[in-house]
Design a protein around this ligand. Structure first.
Ligand code: ZN
Length: 212
């Protein structure tokens, strides 16, 4: 189980293949809560590669959103990924989980989530295992759209984009200390990878809870 030192004060973690496939939304709760030693209740949204954020408790049963936020003590939030970037955010009294592929990154989802949490000195972030620059060669459109939101060029090498570094650059611009943990999901067979395994790839989870 991967955990970030930056988020040590919060129950959280990133799963790998060893922990099972969390693709079906309904498959997660009990097993995930036990695996990650998270409090309950658990909330995850239906991810659509956009920039909408849902807050617990949900108005709709399972909203379409790519970031989930809770301020409810003893609850936890999660995103499911298989190459896309899982980002966990924590501020005093609030936590969020963000799903950022290139579309979500370009739609500035992490900035939306930080603004919803309320920017402040106590805000911290961890970016979990995802496809990294080594394995993520993309077209001109993706580079241009990420460049529109991510400062600098540290996330770009030739036509290879590193979305973990791009999101960390956006977070740095917002004044949020960010830790990147874990390997490239396409390089490391211990993680599900959509680019490597295709449509049959399972999903790993990034989840974070607020202590009861
Ligand atoms: Zn790689």
């Amino acid at each position: 189980m991967l955990r970030a030192a930056y988020l040590a004060a919060y129950p959280h973690g990133f799963t790998g293949r060893d922990h099972g496939d969390f693709a079906p939304p309904s498959s997660a709760p009990a097993r995930l809560l036990a695996t990650l030693a998270l409090p309950g209740p658990y909330a995850a949204a239906s991810q659509v590669h956009g920039n909408r954020l849902a807050s617990v408790p949900f108005e709709a049963e399972v909203p379409e959103a790519d970031a989930v936020l809770t301020r409810l003590p003893g609850s936890c939030v999660a995103v499911r990924v298989a190459d896309c970037v899982p980002i966990l955010l924590a501020a005093p009294g609030a936590v969020a989980a963000v799903h950022a592929g290139w579309r979500g990154t370009a739609a500035d989802i992490v900035r939306h989530a930080v603004q919803a949490l309320g920017a402040g000195e106590g805000l911290r972030a961890a970016i979990g295992p995802c496809i990294r620059g080594c394995c993520y060669e993309v077209g001109e459109e993706v580079i241009d759209r990420v460049a529109a939101v991510a400062p600098g060029r540290a996330w770009l090498s030739a036509r290879h984009v590193d979305l973990a570094v791009a999101n960390a650059a956006i977070l740095a611009e917002l004044g949020v200390a960010t830790e990147i943990v874990g390997p490239c999901t396409r390089c490391d067979p211990q993680y599900w990878s959509h680019r490597r395994d295709g449509a049959s790839a399972g999903r790993q989870v990034g989840a974070i809870g607020l202590p009861p």
